[in-house]
Design a protein around this ligand. Sequence first.
Ligand SMILES: [Zn+2]
Length: 283
Amino acid sequence: MSTYHQTYRQLCQSLIETGATIQPVSAFSYDFNEKDKIFYPRNIDENKKYIIMRHDVDYSPFSALKMAQVEASLGLASTYYILLSHDNKKLKKLLLERLDDVIPCLKKIQDLGHEIGLHYDFFGDYFSHKIDPYENLMKSKAFFEQIGIKIKSAAAHGSHRVRKKVGHPRGPYPVNYINFNIWKESRNSNPTIHAGTDSLDLPALSLTENDLCEPYFIDWDWYLSDSGGNFWGVARKNDGQIFESLKKEKVRPENAVKENLKSGQIMQILVHPVWWAPNGNLG
Ligand SMILES: [Zn+2]
């Protein structure tokens, strides 16, 4: 096992030792509240602390499998969001040249007891290739169905293509262009977005009509992510209390659980396999 995955094993172990219940996104079933635009989980035990563990698998399905094996060996299950997209050299390499390796890899992740979900870049596909979002969703669902994977949730990809197209290559992501605005259940209401001379009328798709949930819209209390290689986090309800750059502050995710997560609350933790892969993107 690489040192990266040993480090990941230690992270999982320390999260288990907090006593929190660690589970995939769809371990809860959800009621969507039209007014709040939030998916409320059912059957929360007020005596338990919950961690929803999620991985956005951008270009590293093989590293994801290693993480999935580490988790399974510790009795954990989580959700792996798989990016199926049309305009990225690394992804093209994976999805065109190495699909025969990628498909068994995804099935193994599922067979280990994990959930597979869709990681989507519908805005990127639309503004780069005019791919209709509805057709894109149908094609993505069909892909998973054909290989024996049932998806129950979908998580937005932070698309670099879209950033470039709208002239925001760096800095905070332009909020209206975050992929989750594609859904009718989105919290934002921005009826049309533009990139160059192209425009897309929103909303274009429905989560509930497709029996999907979006982890960004779940009623979590805390959100922790390793985007950019450092853990950072936000609280939803505590008057905007933010704990940022956990690594810089030498605060570990397990400490965030111990210190912040109360009984009856949910912390969503997003870990990207790319930051835990010894050979980077295609690991
Ligand atoms: Zn992503």
